[in-house]
Every structure is written in structure tokens, then in C-alpha cells.
Design a binder for this molecule. Structure first.
Ligand code: F9N
Length: 274
């Protein structure tokens, strides 16, 4: 705790508060996410420990970098110190474009898609150790660094909260990005992350979520209908086809991260930016 000084709280995540902090040693600005494990069962605490250990291994240019963890036993709190992404989150970017009535350029969308695929690839296809799934991809946890590069946040944290844990229930937003298999209560798998990534890119193009509904029943029906309105006509069929494939109702029809990496627009971008 005393290695850092709190600058300001910047928000409430689905599991605790998020603050901007400064590392005293060198003045580096970071964030920490505060988790209260007081109400957790021993099993959940064990899972939390293993999840944090997985986070420490995730080192990729398109994933928010984990730096440190601090356990405060008296307050039963764990602080996870991560990289601060100066560019804010994609939710704010979409909001700005919507307000200014200006579409995001197709080039920028392919660049963001390529970086999300690259980040997902490094987790779905992790060499050593077990692969990890994100489980909660949405514009609110896709961040940008100072040069506008994508940093996917909160990897694994959502699994830290697991379905059964006390956190999963307390803070439920509308699950706009829930995949069809999650609705019909099937196992979450890597293709569910592909679904959510498709929804994120859809929203970045259309400047609105692919399925809008006032309640969860109606939302579930729209998701399972398989009806996806075309993204604005200024965008190519190629882009829409990729989004549609990622949002196939049948998970086996969705491309894997390997398939997505072979798409010319994506592989060219990643090659020239290695
Ligand atoms: C709810 N959203 C609309 C909030 C808008 C976003 N604005 S903001 O929060 O002030 C802001 C402005 C500029 C840069 C950053 N950078 C940033 N934010 C994180 O989390 C934000 C937090 C996520 C959970 C919900 C509350 C907000 C990071 N996590 C790891 N690295 C992070 N870097 C944040």
C-alpha cells in the first residue's frame, strides 16, 4: 500500500472500486482494482489466488498489463495493480462518435478488430499453463493506450467472480453481449468470447448494440433470433461478413482466433505492426 499513493477513484467495476494511483518509486501512473474477499468461501478464495496467478502470466501488447497485487488482511481486501490506459475505454469512444454523428473509419475498425483478435489469441492459445477465457468482453473493458492501441481489460477477473460467487449477482448490468449458448445455459467456451468480440465490433460500426431490448426476456429472444441488421452501408460486405460469422448462432460456425488470424485485412495489419 505505501508503495503507491491514491490519486482518485475512477469508477466502480463489477467487483469493486477502481482507482488511479501513482507508484512512489518512479511516479508511474497505474490503476488498482479493489476486491473485497471478506464474504468469499475458501473455494472462491482459492480460485481468486489461481486467477491472479494467471493474470500475472498474461503479457501481451493488447492486454492490460498486470503489475502487482497487495493483500490487506485487516480489511480482507486484495488490490490488483494494473497498467493505466490513457485512452479510456471503447464505451466512451462509441459515445463520442454517436454524439458527433460521425462513424468510425473502416480502417480504424479493422485495426481494433485485429488487436482484439491478437489479444484473444494470446489467451485462447496460451502455450504454457492453461488457456484463459475473457467471459465478459464489452466496450466498457476494451481500453486504449496513449497511441490508440487496444488493451483488453479484466481478463479472467470476471471468472474470479464466477457464476456462484456473491459478486456475480450483486452487480448485473444488461447482458447485451450474452451468447446464445449462455442463454440456454450451456458451458461458456472460447467461441463465446468470439461472439462477444463480434458484438463489440458490431457496436463500434453501427454505434449501437446489435440487440437492443428493454428487458432480459426480449433481449434473449432477439439474440436467439439470429437476426442481425446490416452495419451502415458505408462499411464493406467483407467487414459485415466477418462480424456475422463471429455472431453465428451455432458456436461451431464461428471462426476461432486461428481462423480470424488468417483473414488478410487482419493478418496484414498484425504483420506490419509486429
Ligand atoms: C463506465 N465507463 C463509461 C467509464 C468511462 C471510463 N472513464 S474512466 O474510467 O474515467 C478512464 C478515463 C481514461 C482512462 C482510463 N483508464 C483505465 N481505466 C480502467 O478502468 C476504468 C473503470 C472500469 C470499470 C468501470 C469504471 C471505470 C482501467 N483498468 C485497467 N486499466 C485501466 N485504465 C479510465
Amino acid at each position: 500500500m505505501d508503495n503507491y499513493e491514491k490519486i482518485q477513484e475512477i469508477g466502480k467495476g463489477s467487483f469493486g472500486s477502481v482507482s488511479k494511483i501513482k507508484r512512489k518509486a518512479d511516479g508511474k501512473v497505474l490503476v488498482w482494482k479493489e476486491l473485497n474477499y471478506g464474504k468469499m468461501s475458501d473455494k472462491e478464495k482459492q480460485q481468486l489466488v489461481s486467477e491472479v496467478n494467471i493474470l500475472r502470466e498474461l503479457k501481451h501488447p493488447n492486454i492490460v498489463r498486470y503489475y502487482d497485487r497487495i493483500i490487506d488482511k485487516d480489511q480482507a481486501k486484495i488490490y490488483i495493480v494494473m497498467e493505466y490506459c490513457e485512452g479510456g475505454d471503447m464505451a466512451a469512444l462509441i459515445k463520442k462518435h454517436k454524439r458527433d454523428k460521425e462513424f468510425v473509419s473502416e480502417e480504424k475498425i479493422w485495426k481494433i478488430l485485429a488487436q482484439i483478435v491478437s489479444g484473444l489469441y494470446s489467451c485462447h492459445r496460451k502455450k504454457e499453463g492453461n488457456r484463459i477465457l475473457h467471459r465478459d468482453l464489452k466496450p466498457g473493458n476494451v481500453f486504449f493506450d496513449s497511441s490508440g492501441n487496444v488493451r483488453i481489460g479484466d481478463f479472467g477477473l470476471s471468472r474470479m467472480m464466477g457464476e456462484e460467487s456473491v459478486y456475480a449477482q450483486t452487480h448485473v448490468g444488461t447482458p447485451y453481449y450474452m451468447s446464445p449458448e449462455q442463454i440456454s445455459d450451456q458451458k461458456y467456451n472460447e467461441k463465446s468470447d468470439i461472439w462477444s468480440a463480434g458484438c463489440v465490433i458490431y457496436e463500434l460500426s453501427a454505434l449501437r448494440a446489435p440487440f437492443e431490448a428493454t428487458n432480459q426476456i426480449q433481449l434473449a429472444m432477439k439474440i436467439k433470433s439470429g437476426k442481425i441488421e446490416r452495419i451502415p452501408t458505408q462499411y464493406s460486405d467483407e467487414l459485415f461478413k466477418v462480424i456475422q460469422s463471429m455472431m453465428s448462432l451455432e458456436k461451431d460456425q464461428r471462426p476461432s482466433v486461428d481462423d480470424l488470424m488468417t483473414i488478410p485485412k487482419i493478418s496484414h495489419f498484425l504483420k506490419e505492426n509486429q
